[in-house]
Design a protein around this ligand. Sequence first.
Ligand code: AHR
Length: 554
Amino acid sequence: MVAGISGPRQQRGSTVSVRVPLGRRKEKMARRIFTALGLLAVASVAPSIAAGDKIHLSVDVSKPGPTINRNIFGQFAENLGHGLYEGIWVGPDSPIPNTRGIRKDVVSALRHLKVPNVRWPGGCFADQYHWRKGIGPREKRPATVNSAWGDVIDTNAFGTDEFMDFMQQIGSTPYVSINIGSGTPEEAAEWLEYMTAAAPTALAKERAANGHPEPYKVGFLGVGNESWDCGGAMTPDYYVSLMKVYSRFVLNMNPAQRDKDQMLKIAVGPGTPDTEWTEAVMKAWKKHTWAWDINGLSLHWYTVPNGWPPSTKSAKFGLDDYVKSLKSTLFMDEFLRKQETVMDQYDPGKKVTLTVDEWGIWHAPLAGSNPAFLVQQNSLRDAILAALNLNIFARHADRVRMANIAQMINVLQAMILTDKDKMVLTPTYHIYKMYTPFQDSTLVPVAFDAGSYTHGNVTLPQVDAIAAKSADGKLLVAITNLDAEKPATIDAHIEGMAAKSATAETLTAAAVDGVNTFDAPNTVVPKPVAVKVQNGEISLAVGPGSVTVVSIEQ
Ligand code: AHR
């Protein structure tokens, strides 16, 4: 229920105010030189870039960095509003084309994204979910109340086997969040046994009777969700004790995951930039014994430009909102650094992944929608913001090896919006599609003077960029022009590779509040853009407010 979460949200929003005062941040921003491997140096004040001025990128392919783990392109599908019901599940008897109750149009669209993993069933909902209510013949499943999100009736039609079917249909890996708030270790252990046991145990036989003799693979296990808030308002120490117990007893029994493909356990991490929670978990982890372990620490951070409760408009907004949103989202970098500093203290070998398993922009609910369903439009601004966050994750690739945008369909910063039989792909979907070649690519350094873009009293870098070598040997460069008012001309010098040919596509629109609707689904879609290759250098023009991905071959 939205009313139920407004308290903690207020508290979280207030953390934004601990940021560096705007004047100082503006100055700092103008003095930065960025590289794809992080902030390189503090240089002299960046020259202000006039319309179409050149931004020079220096890409060095001979100095490969860490892998950009494909799992940073993960998704989050909570039992919330129309995220699962209607967005994915319509039931086998629906007139909407479906495979065993799962929408065909949605599956086909998601397959193009090569979604590496999907977090389910929550979110806050996870700590109220009792898995047994969602298995067996659907007509016999009990109706329950989704008290996390709007007190609506939950038919439990979309349960474990339906989720696993969905995973198989889109070709993704399950990331299951267990209930440690209102459940028990026994309940969670039995759920894992139901999903993963190959031996003929009673639970494996039950799964087989439900139509699935083969054990499922569970790639990731979330040990609770926001346990400091909706997950049970726990103290860090209380959570750590509980986490050890769940880590010890909730076991993946799939023989195919014993040696290779082992299930990674993700502990609850921070939702505010302070480091108390991270300290507690990492300190415990350093002393972990054979009996328990975790492989990841979750981090949740939403872009809420005006603080909680979210009040920005998701459509029909102006440049003031645009620059404020981007400014606010860039804080992700600082947030990650803070947590990484603590993690490095206890885990210099970077064994524990920082898993940003909830992130994205959270706007005011769309007029006329149920406020508990978190429905919002999705604009070019949100797509640009997604690109900036993915770039940040890529720069932190040595520690951030997994992330999940909130959420997949019809909720918050969604990939897809549906209305009965209609479906539309959002600008954020297109960013994910354009970035698919970055999955499991190798980060390479790109140095550039970002320039600056000032609107009102907000100053942003004009340009952001990352570069990577894809698995099939192509050099990829993603360029975001944050400046909504001016184009930029990019030229890139490439060290360590003789560029012979290049292609590029760009996502932009007439205005940064451009959206795709059911009636006009192609307002914000990627389009090819000309790119010149000469003497090993590439050059191209990028439009105001745009994201461009260039693919270069030698
Ligand atoms: O994504 C919506 C909610 O935001 C999730 O359920 C919760 O974990 C977070 O507070």
